[in-house]
Design a binder for this molecule. Structure first.
Ligand code: NAD
Length: 484
């Protein structure tokens, strides 16, 4: 452990934030954390000054300089025009991995089931449906673009394996839905298998997300580290925190190449604010993850073991208090004092350092660049806003656009083919896809596509977007319509 104090930016946040943050800082400093704290203001006070991002330039400057941010919860203002501080921070600092440990503390904190659960959910934090690329395309249809990239998937999956290795965990599991989303989730699965092969010392397994999620909720004790694309990770990390006991207990780390943000998973709980009621454990767990990340593992272990001992001794805040397991119902401040008094003590039965404190996950070794695949464009999907008739009527109008080496191959509605043979008849909406391919499988040029669009426009049809149909190394790299 280094003797140098490490600069860290701290924001107390809103609601219960100003009550729990001082308690957490007092505990970690008493445990020997060597931090040079810069305090900034975020959230409500900043939003009400008219700064829609919830953070001013000077505070940003601190975060950009320290690259380590311990963040209290923030109340998201109602109404439009405000940006989410979490999303802004994640994007600006490139925080690609969200790491959320969830464990049960049986028999000291009541849990509905699974007394042996000790799972770390690692969620990809930047891609998937969260890129925020959305469009209203017709009167009746909205689109969100789901983007999964090879480097984005590889970075978070590799992080998960490195985390497992450096935190003495045995297994990494991935969930996705590649039986349906064969290309996007298929890529995540493919990269998972490739990276897993480089870590023969760590067991790896893959589940389709629906059955995986059911298993995770039912028997979380069979999982260890779980790595997920953004949306599944968002949902399932809350599920595991909830089944572990209380949202008041869990903390999270958001990790980037050279920056990190740590926070409790709960919000600002405004109804509990100002009453010395809130449980500081979630933020304390976040602070332990931060000390671990900074290499201050001795202080991290001291804090975590004292906290586990406090839970064992039955000193509980209202949210985890039960007459059966607790000996005292205490407030935020008193809970903090109880942890501080137990620094240097160890839990009797709960596993030591339950979140596997033991140094940061090693940074990923660079991989040899992959050869670029040969890309060929073999057609184009033209999407149309149209509500004037049947699929046959549309095909008739589109046939006038045939030519220039392109031919209409099929039309689909809501992903299912409706022409030349209809497999979907139930509900047709105003959003159509017309697939044109090069005659006899010939390659298609941009000029041919541009000319096609101009013919489609001239036929009086409202095209809303196109997607090129490509092969990579001769492999079809677009989905077929249902029934195509
Ligand atoms: P919340 O997590 O703030 O509170 C939900 C309930 O959980 C509370 O009513 C309380 O009963 C309990 N709870 C939460 N934290 C607790 C703690 N430390 N100790 C004891 N009990 C605790 O969720 P919410 O009420 O939906 O959101 C309140 C505000 O927080 C909203 O403005 C929301 O947008 C924001 N929020 C912020 C973050 C963040 O900053 N990362 C995360 C979630 C919600």
């Amino acid at each position: 452990m280094s003797d140098e104090s490490i600069p860290v930016t701290v924001a107390h946040g809103d609601g219960i934030g100003p009550e729990i943050m001082p308690v957490v800082l007092e505990i970690i400093e008493a445990a020997g954390a060597k931090l040079d704290i810069e305090t900034i203001e975020i959230g409500e006070q900043v939003y009400t000054r008219g700064i829609t991002s919830g953070i001013d330039d000077e505070s940003w400057e601190s975060i950009r300089r320290t690259r380590v941010f311990l963040k209290g919860p923030v109340t998201t203002p109602q109404g439009g025009g405000y940006q989410s501080l979490n999303v802004t921070t994640r994007v600006a600092l490139g925080l690609y991995a969200n790491v959320r440990p969830a464990a049960t503390f049986h028999p000291y904190v009541a849990t509905k089931h699974s007394p042996d659960m000790n799972v770390v959910v690692i969620r990809e934090n930047e891609e998937d449906l969260y890129a925020g690329i959305e469009h209203r395309q017709t009167a009746d249809v909205m689109q969100s673009l789901k983007l999964i990239s090879r480097p984005g998937s590889e970075r978070v999956i590799r992080y998960a394996f490195e985390y497992a290795r450096s935190h003495h965990r045995k297994k990494v599991t991935a969930f996705a839905k590649d039986n349906i989303m064969k290309l996007s989730d298929g890529l995540f699965h493919e990269v998972f298998d490739e990276v897993a092969a480089e870590y023969p010392d760590i067991e790896s397994e893959y589940w389709i997300v629906d059955i995986g999620a059911a298993k995770l909720a039912d028997t979380p004790e069979i999982f260890d580290v779980v790595v997920l694309p953004n949306l599944y990770g968002d949902i399932l990390s809350d599920v595991v925190a909830q089944i572990a006991g209380s949202v008041g207990l869990a903390g999270a780390a958001n990790i980037g190449e050279d920056a990190a943000m740590f926070e409790a998973i709960h919000g600002s709980a405004p109804r509990r604010a100002g009453q010395n009621l809130a449980n500081p454990s979630g933020l304390l767990t976040a602070a332990v993850l931060m000390l671990d990340h900074l290499g201050q593992d001795v202080a991290a272990s001291r804090v975590q073991n004292a906290w586990l001992r406090t839970l064992e001794d039955g000193v509980h805040t209202y949210d985890i208090y039960t007459p059966e397991f607790s000996t005292a119902k205490v407030g935020t401040h008193e809970f903090g004092q109880a942890v501080k008094e137990r620094l240097g003590h160890y839990p009797h039965t709960l596993p030591l350092s339950i979140f596997g404190v033991g140094g940061p996950a090693a940074s990923s070794p660079p991989r040899a660049p992959r050869p670029r695949p040969v890309k060929q464009t073999v057609g184009v999907d033209v999407f149309l806003d149209w509500r004037e008739g049947t699929p046959d009527d549309l095909a008739q109008r589109l046939r006038t656009a045939n030519g220039g080496g392109l031919q209409l191959q099929m039309i689909s509605n809501r992903g299912a083919q409706v022409w030349p043979v209809a497999v979907a008849r139930s509900l047709l909406v105003d959003h159509w896809r017309a697939r044109f391919t090069g005659a006899n499988g010939a390659e298609v040029s941009h000029a041919q596509i541009a000319a096609l669009l101009s013919r489609v426009g001239a036929a009086g049809l409202d095209f809303i977007k196109t997607e090129n149909l490509c092969t990579f190394d001769g492999q079809r790299s677009y989905s077929l319509a249902q029934g195509e």
